[in-house]
Design a protein around this ligand. Structure first.
Ligand code: GAR
Length: 202
């Protein structure tokens, strides 16, 4: 889908110091081939050494290093950037901190997150990345999968937009579960963002 500049949806992607950038890459690929109305305007990273920085370089994406040690300063800077760049939607990809209700209200645009489990199970503070897959494995679950949800000020509790169930009954380690779920994340996030924006007007 091609779009004129006024129809273009402008995204900011927030990542962390651990982010590999695999979701960022999948989103970039999806928007550049399947939905050209959506453009990633900038990416934030909390550590300059994060692998996602190289991914941004490779994809030609603008990257801002904004530490998250002081979340007040982080939110202030992101707010400023979102206003300057006329951002329509914030997308979290491996971003692990809680955003405050003041920020969510002030920024005034939706914020989406992808979580590597079937929420409401295996969510909440401290439940991210491989910790999720270890807990899923320890519980002997036969299925897992990613959830895309709206972000509110409580960890992993915003409205669920989409989930993709993955059969993990053959997985013999948390790492195998992680790989299966990550594959599903990559095919779920882009189309879910696209469908979410389809229902909105600028
Ligand atoms: C993804 O698996 C994502 O679901 C997870 O971080 C990983 C980032 O990977 N997010 C959370 O756990 C949030 N609670 P990536 O940098 O390769 O996209």
């Amino acid at each position: 889908m091609e779009g004129t500049a006024s129809e273009t949806w402008r995204l900011a992607v927030l990542t962390s110091g651990h982010s590999r950038g695999s979701n960022l890459r999948a989103l970039h690929n999806y928007f550049s081939s399947q939905d050209k109305r959506i453009m990633i305007v900038f990416v934030t990273v909390s550590l300059p050494s994060a692998p996602v920085v190289d991914v941004c370089g490779e994809l030609g994406l603008q990257v801002h290093h904004i530490p998250t040690r002081n979340m007040g300063s982080f939110e202030e800077r992101v707010l400023e950037l979102c206003r300057d760049e006329k951002i329509d939607l914030i997308v979290l990809a491996g971003f692990l901190k809680r955003l405050s209700s003041a920020f969510i209200e002030d920024v005034g645009i939706p914020i989406l997150n992808i979580h590597p489990a079937l929420l409401p199970k295996y969510g909440g503070k401290g439940m991210y990345g491989e910790r999720v897959h270890k807990a899923v494995f320890a519980a002997g679950e036969r299925e897992s999968g990613p959830t895309v949800h709206l972000v509110n000020a409580m960890y992993d509790q915003g409205s669920i937009l989409a989930q993709r169930k993955v059969d993990i009954s053959g997985c013999v380690s948390p790492q195998e579960i992680a790989a299966e779920v990550l594959r599903a994340e990559h095919s779920l996030y882009g189309p879910t963002i696209s469908a979410f924006l389809e229902k909105r007007t600028k």
